[in-house]
Ligand binder design. Structure first.
Ligand code: J2J
Length: 541
């Protein structure tokens, strides 16, 4: 086929051949899939949102309409489009419209702001940006106007809803579309990484690899035509999109219910109304749901699979969730970069409570190593390296970063510390990457540090995690003031970072002032010492 999108790293041919022979990669594109779904069961419900219901034929027709609209604006195969929509049907009509054109969605999160969006537009050289009008009180049209000023290559802003000064998503288009590109080894979407460095990285996912990710996940999770999947996490995130997520539910012949309200009141009512069978949550939400089961009146008896992942679920919390919902709990340890681990739906209780699951594919290769990349003894904790049929071989346009993020033989350095049990299940014990996991929301310490040090009174700064009962971790920023200046307090720092366009969940929860940052023997900031100090300070209140 044609070469991969410029700036991506292909799998070596011997691996690609193996993945095809094994039947993992089947040459299915997402455009072909959506058409096959519509042809097989045109009147089966595909998407539910509030009072709206779209069947499979309507989903295909809406995607075609948006594809003609976008083609009329000049969009072509290979173009990148930053897609920032919450859990609404338009997310999928635009997603499949782009698949129809062979254009590539860049899946921004709903909480991304000017800093992240402008970066994603520039990095991907996006020609269009798709937004809602107002979502959860935030006007995305104003954000888009600012992004347009910063990104000269961005030609179009399309709004799902009231367009304001921009273009409506609904509108006239071309009558004729060119034939859909049909190369499944091509990039189908770009996912945003949780990040460890200054700015978020993009993860190229091909049709072949992502269709396998979706199909294998749907099979392991036992999805079928009777599946009703509730998307309560943002569908722009890998977990709710394809693990098995909305795409898995559609793949299996089922239905997806979309909501932006994961609180137990709203979600339980939806579960009862739509007879939801499957959903995915981050640990803090799962715990809120578990605490709410006994005072709720909603009928939750349809629920057969409750996936929890994105951050560590402590065994005692897993036990609470299992006690509240029954043996439907599944732990998921996944990453947008690829590798997925699931506890099997029929796994013994001890496995579900104490492990984060087993690799999805027989062709997932796992290594657990020390800091010199030597394998640690079985059962010992070490750094997780992985490669396989749905794990990236390189971030998009990131040669320098790729040199350290991958081993010479193509293993991705996850940055996670894990150990493997005798049954092959992984237990996540910690991480070596400088990332704070705020209840599933990932914060790259370096990204926040690079923004905070722009403050005129900040000489130096370091961001570390502090333990938190609900979120697992929160962020703490240590700041060293410029001599003679007063370091910003928490409110001033928050206002400053918001002004710079940083996503709200990246704004430090605590700020502590120091005269100097502690350094290690080699002169680097001693993050370990700071993490210990942050823990002590937060324990003191
Ligand atoms: C501990 N840490 C976990 C878990 C992810 C399914 C589920 C999650 C994600 C995801 C995903 C964890 N226990 N159960 O994409 O499809 C941390 C690890 C990991 C990082 C990846 C999916 N589950 N993590 O969370 O790309 O540190 O993907 O490397 O957002 O989350 O983050 P992300």
């Amino acid at each position: 086929g044609d070469p991969l999108l410029d700036g991506c790293t292909p799998w070596p041919e011997e691996f690609a051949a193996r993945y095809r022979e094994a039947g993992h990669w089947r040459g299915e594109t997402f455009d072909r899939l959506v058409r096959a779904w519509a042809r097989a069961h045109p009147h089966r419900t595909a998407l539910v949102h509030g009072e709206r219901r779209l069947d499979r034929a309507e989903l295909e027709r809406s995607a075609d309409r948006v594809a003609r609209r976008l083609a009329g604006l000049g969009l072509r195969a290979g173009d990148r489009v930053v897609l920032q929509l919450p859990n609404v049907p338009e997310f999928f009509t635009v997603f499949f419209a782009l698949q129809r054109l062979g254009a590539i969605p860049v899946l921004a999160l709903p909480l991304h702001r000017r800093s992240e969006i402008a970066h994603l537009c520039r990095l991907s050289q996006a020609v269009a940006y798709v937004v809602p009008d107002v979502h959860q009180g935030f006007d995305h049209r104003e954000l888009a106007a600012e992004v347009l000023k910063e990104c000269p290559e961005l030609r179009h802003v399309l709004v799902a809803g009231d367009p304001g000064a921009h273009l409506p998503l609904d509108g006239p288009g071309t009558d004729e579309l060119p034939p859909a590109p049909d190369d499944a080894s091509e990039v189908a979407l770009l996912l945003v990484s949780g990040g460890t460095t200054g700015l978020p990285k993009l993860i190229p996912r091909t049709h072949d690899d992502y269709a396998y990710n979706v199909r294998a996940s749907a099979e392991l999770c036992g999805l079928g035509p009777d599946t009703v999947y509730l998307a309560a996490l943002p569908v722009a995130h890998n977990f709710a999109l394809g693990c098995p997520g909305v795409l898995g539910a559609l793949y299996a012949g089922g239905t997806a219910v979309l909501t932006d309200e994961p609180d137990p009141d709203a979600a339980f009512a939806l579960i009862a109304r739509e007879r939801v069978t499957t959903t995915a949550l981050v640990p803090p939400t799962a715990r809120m749901w578990a605490a709410a089961t006994h005072w709720g009146e909603a009928d939750l008896s349809s629920l057969r699979l409750l996936q929890v992942g994105g951050a560590r679920l402590l065994p005692e919390h897993a036990a609470q969730v299992r006690a509240a919902f029954g043996p439907v709990l599944q732990q998921v340890f996944g990453m947008a970069e690829g590798l997925l681990n699931y506890t099997e739906p029929d796994a013994p209780e001890v496995v579900v409570l104490h492990t984060q699951g087993r690799p999805l594919s027989a062709d997932d290769e796992i290594r657990i190593v020390d800091e010199d990349d030597r394998d640690v003894p079985p059962g010992t904790t070490g750094r997780l390296l992985t490669r396989g049929p749905y794990t990236l071989r390189g971030y998009y346009r990131a040669d320098e970063h790729n040199a350290s993020a991958f081993t010479a033989d193509g293993h991705y350095r996850t940055g996670d510390l894990v150990r493997r049990t005798p049954t092959g299940h992984l237990v996540v014990e910690g991480r070596v990457k400088e990332q704070i996991n705020r209840g599933g929301d990932k914060v790259a310490a370096a990204e926040v540090e690079e923004q905070l040090v722009q403050h005129p009174a900040v000489l130096d700064t370091a961001v570390v995690p502090v333990p938190d009962d609900l979120l697992g971790e929160r962020t703490c920023a240590f700041v060293v003031p410029v001599p003679g200046a007063t370091a910003p307090g928490r409110n001033e720092a928050a206002a400053f970072l918001r002004e710079r366009g940083l996503a709200p969940y990246k704004i430090p929860d605590r700020i502590e002032t120091l005269d100097a940052l502690p350094v290690t023997a080699v002169g680097k900031t001693d993050k370990k010492a700071l993490t210990t100090l942050a823990r002590q300070l937060s324990a003191e209140g």
